[in-house]
Design a protein around this ligand. Structure first.
Ligand SMILES: Cc1cc2nc3c(=O)[nH]c(=O)nc-3n(C[C@H](O)[C@H](O)[C@H](O)COP(=O)(O)OP(=O)(O)OC[C@H]3O[C@@H](n4cnc5c(N)ncnc54)[C@H](O)[C@@H]3O)c2cc1C
Length: 331
């Protein structure tokens, strides 16, 4: 049905729906209003009857419909199988707009779908709107983040992937009586890749950075592994996770999967503590939506202080241990 906004609900390996989906759900309500009340629907591809477990969540996020594809072959993500299922549903439903989170899975799935159904895809967006002609206006950084490009898609569905962390989930529920429609798409593919074993990365376990409420991030100023150990201790004391600037990642102090910024992740935790990070624009775009920002830096002129709510000019190697001590033993 036309005039429908479809959102991909990614079920993670840990068995929950990726938070970016709820942020997209909130944005879709806005887009729907601008399209004169377009239906908002979700596509979930999973196994083991999980769709029912998420029903209440779909209802509270204002979904009119959920297209559910379930089966054993969808237990583990496989690009070809998931893309084939999604393509079949899209061809039938013919949504006006199809949105996917720019997660690792979303970045893999979206281009395969868009190329197969001959439509355009604006990847890694940080803003979505409806223009005066009723088209999806998808905005993403370009030229190394120096410019923002707003891109229109000529074909249907208009597809975009959106960075996790840029939109906020609904503040209040928009309760609807969501209709769950089970589909059995034709998935006539013999995948070239087979999953033999799933090995969860250690850093993945410790760093669920997309959904963390507290992030202690380190930059080049944290200098060495000892510096990052301090960050980990502070993060643990606060119940948060560790993030990093690209400077720190380039120095080999942290893995790329915890890099925050233009070529890393976009985050919006309740508290972001930037330690030894100068505050280059490419870093700021990934964390400025945080609710509270604390910066610790030796240089009082560091641009990070321009976005910080609280700034501390000092040596992180002295400040952080004192902070940990105070948190562990409040006076
Ligand atoms: C296309 C492109 C994409 C990019 N994408 C990203 C991205 O996704 N994320 C990102 O972060 N960057 C990105 N960058 C790189 C970005 O421009 C900066 O180079 C990078 O963010 C700098 O990292 P940093 O702040 O850790 O290092 P620096 O800029 O070197 O800053 C280190 C800071 O630590 C402070 N310091 C030193 N010692 C101490 C101490 N003992 N205690 C306290 N403070 C101390 C210094 O005063 C300084 O401000 C990108 C660049 C380009 C061109």
């Amino acid at each position: 049905m036309a005039n429908e906004i479809l959102i991909y609900a990614e079920v993670t390996k840990s068995g929950y729906i990726h938070p970016v989906f709820f942020a997209l759900a909130a944005k879709a309500q806005e887009l729907s209003a601008k399209l004169g009340g377009a239906e908002v629907s979700a596509l979930i591809i999973t196994s083991g009857g999980k769709t029912e477990l998420f029903k209440e969540g779909f209802e509270k996020c204002g979904f009119d419909k959920v297209y559910a594809v379930e089966g054993e072959k969808f237990e583990n993500y496989n690009t070809e199988i998931f893309a084939a299922a999604a393509i079949d549903i899209i061809k039938e439903v013919q949504p006006e707009i199809f949105l996917i989170g720019a997660t690792t899975q979303g970045r893999d799935l979206a281009p395969r779908i868009s190329s197969s159904i001959h439509t355009g895809l604006t990847a890694d967006c940080i803003e979505l709107d409806i223009n005066e002609k009723g088209q999806l206006a998808a905005t993403r950084p370009t030229f190394g983040g120096k410019l923002m490009a707003t891109i229109l898609c000529k074909n249907k569905p208009q597809m975009a992937t959106v960075r996790p962390g840029v939109f906020k989930p609904l503040e209040e529920d928009v309760v609807k009586n969501t209709q769950i429609i089970y589909k059995t798409p034709s998935v006539d593919v013999s995948p070239k890749v087979e999953l033999l074993e799933f090995i969860k990365g250690v850093s993945e376990e410790l760093n669920d950075i997309d959904s963390a409420e507290i992030i202690v991030a380190g930059g080049k100023g944290m200098k060495n592994a000892e510096g990052f150990k301090l960050l980990a201790e502070l993060a643990k004391t606060l119940g948060g996770v560790v993030g990093a600037s690209r400077g720190a990642v380039d120095m080999g102090l942290a893995e790329h999967n915890i890099q925050i910024g233009q070529t890393g992740k976009t985050v919006s935790p309740k508290l972001y503590i930037a330690c030894g990070i100068s505050g280059a624009i490419q870093h700021i775009v990934g964390m400025e939506a945080s609710k509270r920002i604390i910066a610790i830096n030796l240089d009082s002129e560091a641009p990070i202080f321009d976005v910080a709510d609280i700034g501390y000019v000092g040596d992180a190697f002295e400040v952080i241990p004192q902070l940990i001590e105070k948190l562990k033993n409040p006076a």
